[in-house]
Design a protein around this ligand. Structure first.
Ligand code: UGY
Ligand code: MN
Length: 294
């Protein structure tokens, strides 16, 4: 090869390897000024050296678990909602008794009610929405705020600017003499709870009383922390990784995961998480509670 072209080739290789997004370079640490949960709406679609590889995805769908990564999420207009597109990520077709979807509200958007007997929880990931209830009360929900709407509870969610929310819905399992009340709050208002034998930090978004047939856990891990219990249990989970990255074990498979990833865990799938990287991992986790499996 001509000496000059060889030199150019070497220079080119050096630039590629030392560039910010270079194959060999460590990822640059994210700016601290980014809004909370920013990464969920702006995910890294795949490692830079695989981004243009046709057909590459980290998503996996198995009988007892699924990992649905952002490059696989497919949005379509949400029936009856106005100006809203959603990606259903967990539905009963997979074996779950709940649905979990990401909804992107555009300008002048408005929700529809869930079917009769179905309860709903919304959690704001980006932007803000206004929740109005039948009594005329209205609440402005910003990032990290959430609302629980009991079955057959009239409400409407509206936005005049783009917003992203995650929604959980399930058919309510009634229990005599127990009636769930609506809840409007935010994660930072929830106290840290005891986690005997574990090191992660735990908050619950709903009261633990019997009226509620599910809860949403917010779990924080510092890099290097992991679940001590290699869990196998009857409850089902829908998980959204809000921040950070790590390794999720599901059954006999081990998955690198990052903010924006969604996981379905069927009852009894062995599950374990270890947080890696340089920033906190935070995930939001649906868990059915307070009802006999029979
Ligand atoms: O409460 C739970 O079941 C929770 N610790 N599971 C999980 O994080 N996979
Ligand atoms: Mn679990």
């Amino acid at each position: 090869m001509h000496k000059f072209s060889f030199l150019l080739l070497l220079l080119g290789l050096f630039e590629y390897a030392s560039g910010e997004e270079g194959f060999c370079s460590a990822p640059s640490s994210e700016s601290k000024s980014k809004p909370l949960y920013w990464k969920v709406d702006n995910p890294t679609l795949s490692p830079i050296h695989l981004q243009d590889l046709p057909g590459f995805t980290r998503s996996v769908y198995k009988s007892d678990h699924a990992l649905i990564t952002p490059e696989s999420q497919v949005y379509s207009p949400l029936p009856d909602w106005i100006n809203t597109a959603a990606a259903y990520l967990i539905t009963p077709e997979m074996g779950s008794h709940f649905v979990m979807y990401l909804a992107k509200l555009k300008e002048n958007s408005r929700s529809a009610l869930p079917p009769h007997g179905v309860e709903r929880l919304i959690f704001v990931l980006q932007g803000g929405v206004t929740l109005t209830t039948a009594t005329g009360n209205s609440h402005i929900l910003k990032v990290d705020s959430y609302a629980y709407l009991p079955p057959n509870f009239e409400h409407s969610i509206q936005s005049d600017a783009p917003a992203t929310i995650v929604v959980f819905e399930r058919r309510y399992a009634p229990l005599q003499n127990h009636v769930p009340e609506p809840v409007v709050s935010s994660t930072d208002k929830q106290p840290l709870l005891e986690t005997p034998g574990e090191i992660f930090e735990l908050r619950k978004l709903l009261p633990t009383s019997l009226a509620y047939d599910f809860n949403i856990h917010i779990m924080d891990f510092q890099p290097g922390e992991f679940l001590n219990v290699k869990e196998v249990h009857y409850n089902q989970h829908g998980l959204l990784l809000l921040e950070g990255q790590g390794i999720y074990r599901l059954g006999d498979s081990w998955y690198p995961v990052q903010a924006g990833d969604v996981i379905w865990m069927a009852p009894f799938v062995p599950q374990w998480y270890a947080a890696l990287g340089k920033t906190r991992s935070r995930y939001l986790l649906y868990k059915d509670v307070n009802r006999s499996p029979l």
